[in-house]
Design a protein around this ligand. Structure first.
Ligand SMILES: Cc1cc2nc3c(=O)[nH]c(=O)nc-3n(C[C@H](O)[C@H](O)[C@H](O)COP(=O)(O)OP(=O)(O)OC[C@H]3O[C@@H](n4cnc5c(N)ncnc54)[C@H](O)[C@@H]3O)c2cc1C
Length: 130
């Protein structure tokens, strides 16, 4: 019978993943300052990747083809991106955003993925705004 290999690192239970992180050259927190990462594109994709990588401790340089990073298409998106912010009294919730999004997608989206989107939408919007 074939056994599944979860590729779980060795060592004592409580140290497995911490040790694994330290053993990997590219993600070891002590090495991060030594890496220069080049990101191409200053839209939401490039900017959020750059912000996250910089926060993790890498040196990040970000480039774009336009004369200003703020000319990315992302700045043109003014219809808004939805998130379940749940301000006082607005009756918003993860479930409501989930149902709205499923309806908005003509019931063709994968429910589990849409639910996840509704769950993490707040963090994503906060990061994009930052
Ligand atoms: C008018 C308009 C309205 C929209 N409205 C909405 C909306 O209301 N809600 C919504 O959710 N979405 C909307 N969208 C879609 C949304 O804006 C995009 O899906 C999203 O912004 C894409 O983000 P991105 O970071 O992948 O790409 P972009 O924001 O397009 O960023 C691409 C980056 O790559 C850089 N680049 C490209 N080629 C090169 C190169 N050769 N060398 C160096 N740099 C390069 C560009 O300079 C730019 O900085 C809208 C789009 C447009 C155009």
């Amino acid at each position: 019978m074939q056994q599944l290999n979860g590729k779980v690192p060795g060592g004592p239970l409580a140290e497995k993943w911490d040790r694994h992180q330290l053993e990997m050259k590219l993600i070891n927190p002590a090495n991060r300052r030594g890496f220069n990462i080049i990101v191409v594109g200053t839209g939401l994709a490039g900017a959020s990747a750059s912000a996250t990588l910089a926060e993790l401790g890498y040196n990040v340089k970000i480039f774009c083809i336009q004369d200003s990073p703020r000319r990315a298409h992302s700045i043109a998106a003014q219809g808004g991106i939805n998130a379940a912010k749940n301000y006082a009294n607005d009756g918003d919730s993860i479930w409501r955003l989930f149902v709205d999004t499923i309806k908005g997608g003509d019931f063709r989206a994968r429910e589990a993925n849409v639910y996840r989107l509704a769950q993490v939408s707040n963090n994503i919007i906060d990061q994009c705004v930052a």
